[in-house]
Design a protein around this ligand. Structure first.
Ligand code: SF4
Ligand code: SF4
Length: 108
């Protein structure tokens, strides 16, 4: 199983199409971005095909310029204290972002 990850294009966009597509509910909502739980993701790819801005990548083929987001998706669950909740619906939106996302430049 190869997990998927959310990258820069989702920041401040968050249309959440991926959330509805995920069969295991492992895409969690932060303040500016969504994050895929790297251990809960079963690697099905359903989210990738519905994201309108191609923000979601398989972790083993993510472009170099977005590679930092792979570890950053994992960091979100550690730093926010969420851990491994087993489903995003019961958690709901979390008022937290990693430093990478929180300081990411706002699009003009
Ligand atoms: S690859 Fe599948 S399991 Fe993983 S986040 Fe996307 S839809 Fe969910
Ligand atoms: S579909 Fe794409 S842009 Fe929308 S929330 Fe998911 S990753 Fe973000």
């Amino acid at each position: 199983m190869v997990a998927f990850t959310v990258t820069a294009a989702c920041i401040d966009f968050k249309d959440r199409s991926c959330v509805a597509a995920c069969p295991v509910d492992c895409i969690y909502e932060g303040d500016r971005c969504l994050y895929i739980h790297p251990d809960e993701c079963i690697g099905c790819g359903a989210c990738e095909s519905v994201c309108p801005v191609e923000a979601i990548w398989r972790v083993d083929i993510v472009p170099d310029e977005l590679a930092a987001f792979v570890e950053d998706n994992r960091r979100f669950f550690v730093e926010s204290g969420l851990g491994t909740p087993g489903g995003a619906a019961v958690v709901g939106p979390v008022r937290y972002d990693t430093a990478l996302v929180a300081t990411y430049p706002v699009r003009p």
